[in-house]
Design a binder for this molecule. Structure first.
Ligand SMILES: Nc1ccn([C@@H]2O[C@H](COP(=O)(O)OP(=O)(O)OP(=O)(O)O)[C@@H](O)[C@H]2O)c(=O)n1
Ligand SMILES: C[C@](O)(CO)[C@H](O)COP(=O)(O)O
Length: 233
């Protein structure tokens, strides 16, 4: 007799942004880094991570780039599904993606939501997050403890205050929550900058799991050289 069904783990990659802050001339998730597009690094990692049952990628409805990436990646066959359901912001793209896969996942399956803009993620970090949250009642996220002294500026660009850094963390992704809880949270929440914020609005406390500096988000022009350094290491 088989035991209770084990929850599966799915990737959900919001990749429908335009990379305005980077100003690369193309959506930043498609800019080449260390020999292949930024998004291809992320999808190669998820496709190669055996514990991930399948990965869904949310791109904009008029995305004209993803086809070339898929054509160049036969190893994604059966591991990656593209969803042309990008929304006006990250929150909408993730929510649209969750709604689009409703018939393919169960409420107690885990969703690992990861930015296409964090190409330095490794299979080891994914496995570390899953192991840390295996029996967690809420879920959680990769994050880094803040080590710099933090200042809040005034309107003149001068220090208004020093922000106490004790117990402060910088959120990364993946952010990992059960499908049913995450769908409920994102449906009810106003647009937030991360999934954990929507879970917190339900009165729950996501678990913080230490990530890695290599898993930083490529956002500004100076991030490109740093990302290439990590990706070539
Ligand atoms: N409407 C949007 C906006 C963002 N994202 C995704 O959310 C992730 C993190 O967002 P961010 O780093 O802000 O990417 P962009 O929105 O593209 O960057 P910018 O704000 O500079 O335009 C990225 O993988 C991006 O593609 C998305 O799927 N849908
Ligand atoms: C989700 C996130 O990467 C956690 O730090 C961040 O909130 C995304 O912010 P963005 O402005 O959408 O890049």
């Amino acid at each position: 007799m088989s035991g209770p069904r084990q929850p599966r783990h799915f990737g959900l990659i919001p990749a429908a942004g335009i990379g305005a802050r980077l100003g690369a001339g193309i959506p930043k998730q498609y800019m080449p880094l260390a020999g292949k597009p930024m998004l291809a690094h992320v999808l190669d990692t998820f496709a190669a991570t055996a514990v991930i049952a399948h990965t869904f990628v949310v791109v904009s409805a008029d995305d004209g780039y993803i086809g070339d990436l898929v054509a160049a990646a036969p190893h994604w066959q059966g591991r990656i599904t593209i969803l042309f359901h990008g929304g006006a912001d990250r929150h909408a793209s993730v929510l649209n993606g969750l709604n689009a896969i409703r018939t393919q996942v169960s409420d107690d399956d885990w969703m690992l939501v990861h930015d296409a803009a964090r190409p330095g993620l490794t299979s080891g970090l994914i496995e570390h997050l899953i192991a840390a949250l295996r029996d967690d009642a809420v879920g959680g996220l990769l994050a880094l403890p803040v080590v710099d002294t933090l200042k809040r500026s005034d309107q003149d660009g001068r220090v208004a205050q020093t922000v106490e850094r004790t117990a402060l963390w910088a959120a990364q992704t993946p952010q990992m929550f059960r499908y049913g809880l995450l769908l409920q949270a994102l449906t009810q929440a106003t647009a937030l900058t991360d999934e954990a914020g929507a879970i917190e609005m339900l009165g729950l406390q996501p678990c913080l799991v230490e990530g890695s500096p290599r898993n930083f988000k490529v956002t500004l022009p100076h991030d490109v050289a740093l990302a290439e350094m990590f990706l070539r290491s």
